[in-house]
Ligand binder design. Structure first.
Ligand code: ADP
Length: 546
C-alpha cells in the first residue's frame, strides 16, 4: 500500500480534518498504539499535538483525572470523552464487543451515545478524535456513515528489520546466541518474515535463534516454515509449494506467451517503459484442461510466491467475518508482494450476487475485491480460475479489473500430443516398465487421434490406466495398452456436449483463446487441416495471438 511515513500522513490528515471515529482493525495493539502516539505528538504532522488516552473494559480510561469517573462503563467513558476539554485522541480498545459479537447483541445505548457524540466531537473547540482499536472489524450499520476504516498494514521491511536489529543488539549485551549474518543475509531473513505481524516475526526469529543457538542464513527456512504455518492457520490463505513448471503444461501456448512477456514486469526496469504491474488474469474454460495446473506453474516461471485463496471459506463464517477475512487476505498478499494470489473457482464466491439470503454480504465483499483489483498499486498478480463463468457478475469482467480473460478449451490435436508427451515422460521412468516403448511423434500422433474430445485430466487418466494394464500382467507397457484404454473411455465432452457448447458461445464474445492460432487447426482423418474460420466457429475464445 504505502510507506510508513505516507500512512502517518494519511492518518494525521484524518485527525486534523476532525474525522470523529476511525477504526483500526488489527491484532497488533502495541504497534498501532505507538503509531498513533507518534502522530499525536508530531507538531509538523498534526499541528495541534494531542494527548492519547486509552480505554479498556478492565481498567477504564487511562490517566489520572479519569480514575474517579468510573469509566469502565462504556457509557461513562463516552461521557468522559464528551466532557473532555483538551485536544485528545481516545483509543478505545475492544469496543467491538458493544457492536454485537458472536452471541452478543449490539448495545443500543452505546450506539446511540456514539451517534450523539459524533456531532459534538466535530464541533468541539479543542480537536478530539476517537479511534476504535480491535482485532476484528465489526460495527453496526447505524454507525457506517460516522466511522472511517483505516487500513493498518502489516509491518514493512524496514519495521521488521528494525526489530530484528534490536533483537540482535540485545543479544550482544549478554545473550548467548551466536550471530553469523552479513547485511545481505539479514535482509533475506527479514524478507522471509514479510507477511507476518511484528510479534509473529519476532517469535519466528526467536525460534530460529534458540533452535541451534545461532542465527544464520540457514534460518530462512525456519522463518518461512513459521510463516507458512501462521498463514495456514488463518484458514483462508495457503502457500502453494510445488515443483511444477511450464514444461508440465501441455499446450496453452498463447497464454504461456502472454505470461512470459510479463515476467519481471514488477521490477524497476519495467517502470522505465512506463509499464504498470500486471493486475491479473481470469482463466476460464472446460474443467480438467489445465487451469489450475498453469496457475501453479506461473509461480516457478516468475519465481514469485504463490498464495491460494479459498473464496468459499471467506464466506463460510467459520473463521471471522467475511469482510475481515477478505481484508486480511489482501493485506497478507500485499505484505509479501511481489506475489501471486490465486483464487481458485472464483465463481463459488461471487456467483448469484444480489440473490436473497445473504443480506448483501457477498455484494459488499465483491465490491471490496473489485475496488482493490482496480486500485491496487502493490505488485500482486491475481489469477482467478473459473469453470462456470457465465454465473459470474458482469462487473467482474469489465475492463480495468483483469488484464485479460483467457479461455481454455478442449485440447486440440497438437495440444493432446503435448499433453501425452508430458504424462508419458513423467511416468515412464523405469526401464523394466518402459521396455522398448519409445515416445515417438508417430505414437503421440496416433494417441492424439484416438482422444479427440478428451480433456487433459482424461489424457492423464488414459496414461495411468494403460500402465495398469501392463502392471496387472507384470510386463512392460505397449502402445496397445493405451489404445485399448482410449477406445473404452467415454470423455465427459460427449456426455456434456451441451454445457461445453454454451461455455464456448460465452467465451467467443468475451475471452481470448489460450490456444494460439497455429495449434488450433484440427487434424482430420485424411491429414488435412480445416481452415481457421471453421475452427473459430467450432471452438471457444477469440483468436488474438500474443
Ligand atoms: P482445471 O483446473 O482446468 O479443472 P486441472 O489443472 O486441475 O484442471 O487439471 C487436472 C489434471 O489434469 C492436472 O493436474 C494435470 O495432471 C492434467 N492436465 C490437465 N490439463 C493439462 C495440460 N494442458 N497439460 C498437462 N496436464 C494436464
Amino acid at each position: 500500500m504505502s510507506s510508513k511515513s505516507e500512512r502517518k500522513k494519511l492518518m494525521a490528515n484524518l485527525f486534523k480534518a476532525r474525522f470523529p471515529f476511525l477504526y483500526l482493525a488489527t491484532w497488533e495493539e502495541g504497534r498501532a498504539l505507538s503509531f498513533i502516539r507518534s502522530i499525536a505528538s508530531d507538531e509538523d504532522l498534526i499541528k495541534t499535538p494531542r494527548r492519547v488516552i486509552t480505554w479498556k473494559i478492565t481498567t477504564g480510561m487511562s490517566g489520572e483525572e479519569s480514575n474517579k469517573a468510573g469509566t469502565k462503563s462504556a457509557l461513562k467513558a463516552l461521557e468522559f470523552i464528551e466532557d473532555y476539554q483538551e485536544p485528545a485522541i481516545f483509543v478505545l480498545q475492544d469496543f467491538h464487543i458493544f457492536f454485537g459479537d458472536v452471541g452478543r447483541l449490539p448495545d443500543a445505548q452505546v450506539i446511540r451515545k456514539l451517534r450523539d457524540i459524533s456531532i459534538s466531537l466535530k464541533q468541539s473547540s479543542k480537536p478530539k478524535n476517537v479511534v476504535f482499536l480491535s482485532p476484528k472489524l465489526k460495527f453496526p450499520d447505524d454507525l457506517e456513515k460516522d466511522i472511517t476504516i483505516v487500513d493498518f498494514d502489516l509491518p514493512t521491511f524496514q519495521e521488521i528489520k528494525q526489530s530484528l536489529d534490536e533483537m540482535i543488539s540485545l543479544n550482544k549485551q549478554g545473550g548467548r546466541i551466536e550471530i553469523s549474518l552479513n547485511e545481505e543475509e539479514k535482509e533475506k531473513l527479514v524478507n522471509a518474515a514479510l507477511g507476518l505481524t511484528l510479534s509473529e516475526a519476532e517469535n519466528a526469529f526467536a525460534r530460529a535463534m534458540v533452535e541451534d543457538g545461532r542465527l544464520s542464513i540457514d534460518d530462512v527456512e525456519i522463518v518461512l516454515e513459521e510463516k507458512e504455518q501462521i498463514i495456514k492457520k488463518t484458514g483462508i490463505l495457503e502457500f502453494v509449494t510445488n515443483n511444477l513448471n511450464m514444461e508440465d503444461v501441455g499446450g496453452l501456448e498463447n497464454l504461456k506467451r502472454w505470461l512470459r512477456k510479463r515476467d519481471k514486469s514488477w521490477l524497476e526496469s519495467a517502470q522505465k517503459y512506463g509499464l504498470p504491474s500486471p493486475k491479473g488474469v481470469l482463466i476460464t474454460g472446460v474443467p480438467g484442461c489445465g487451469k489450475s495446473l498453469i496457475s501453479k506453474a506461473i509461480s516457478e516461471m516468475w519465481q514469485l510466491p504463490l498464495l491460494r485463496l479459498d473464496i468459499g471459506k471467506i464466506f463460510s463464517g467459520v473463521v471471522g467475518s467475511s469482510e475481515e477475512n477478505m481484508r486480511q487476505a489482501i493485506q497478507t498478499t500485499e505484505a509479501i508482494a511481489p506475489s501471486i494470489l490465486w483464487i481458485d473457482e472464483i465463481e463459488k464466491g461471487f456467483s448469484g450476487l444480489g440473490s436473497s439470503g445473504d443480506s448483501g454480504t457477498s455484494s459488499r465483499i465483491f465490491g471490496q475485491f473489485l475496488t482493490w483489483m482496480q486500485e491496487k498499486v502493490k505488485p500482486v498478480f491475481v489469477i482467478a480460475t473459473a469453470n462456470d463463468i457465465a454465473s459470474l457478475p458482469p462487473e467482474m469482467l469489465r475492463k480495468g479489473r483483469f488484464d485479460e480473460i483467457f479461455f481454455v478449451d478442449l485440447p486440440t490435436h497438437r495440444e493432446r500430443v503435448e499433453i501425452f508427451k508430458v504424462h508419458l515422460k513423467k511416468r515412464l521412468i523405469d526401464s523394466t516398465v518402459t521396455g522398448d516403448f519409445e515416445i515417438t511423434i508417430d505414437k503421440l500422433d496416433y494417441l492424439a487421434k484416438l482422444t479427440e474430445g478428451f480433456v487433459g485430466a482424461e489424457i492423464e487418466q488414459v496414461v495411468i490406466n494403460g500402465l495398469f494394464e501392463a502392471f496387472y500382467e507384470d510386463r512392460s507397457v505397449t502402445i496397445n495398452d493405451f489404445e485399448k484404454v482410449c477406445k473404452q473411455f467415454i470423455p465427459l465432452s460427449v456426455t456434456q456436449a451441451e454445457q461445453i457448447k454454451s461455455i464456448r458461445d460465452w467465451a467467443n464474445v468475451r475471452a481470448v483463446a489460450a490456444t494460439p492460432r497455429e495449434d488450433r487447426a484440427e487434424y482430420k482423418e485424411n491429414d488435412e487441416t480445416v481452415s481457421i474460420d471453421d475452427i473459430n466457429t467450432s471452438r471457444g475464445g477469440r483468436t488474438i495471438d500474443f
